[in-house]
Structure formats: structure tokens, C-alpha cells
Write a protein that binds this ligand. Structure first.
Ligand SMILES: [Zn+2]
Length: 65
């Protein structure tokens, strides 16, 4: 692999996870860290600001398809 030194950046929080690729997963070539994955699972529709922030972040997944 030639991508070992390229660290993934989470599309939701914009952070590079400490464990790199092992600390999250790829969805359609976009990276989501485990912390945000948990956040999505816990997502409360009543918390609109947070809900739309994450939905907006996930919208990039549809851009190239
Ligand atoms: Zn994240």
C-alpha cells in the first residue's frame, strides 16, 4: 500500500483519528471516525441543530454519485 502515510480526515468532525484508518471506516471513499459513528447512532431528532450538522456532513457522500 502506498497510502500508509496518508491519514484519513473524518468528514463529520474534520479530525484525524489517533489510530488512523483503524479508528473508523470508509463510506464511499469518505472517512467517518468511530466517535462520529457513535454520535450518528445516538442521533436525536429532537436536537435539530446537531441533527442537521451531521446530515449536512453526510451529504458529501452523494456528491460524486
Ligand atoms: Zn469524526
Amino acid at each position: 500500500m502506498t497510502t500508509d502515510n496518508i491519514l484519513p480526515v473524518c468528514i463529520i468532525c474534520g479530525e484525524v483519528p489517533k489510530k488512523g484508518f483503524k479508528d473508523g471506516f470508509f463510506v464511499r471513499r469518505q472517512f467517518i471516525c468511530h466517535a462520529c459513528e457513535k454520535e450518528i447512532c445516538r442521533l436525536d431528532h429532537n436536537n435539530e441543530a446537531e441533527y442537521y450538522r451531521i446530515v449536512k456532513s453526510l451529504a458529501v457522500l452523494h456528491v460524486n454519485y
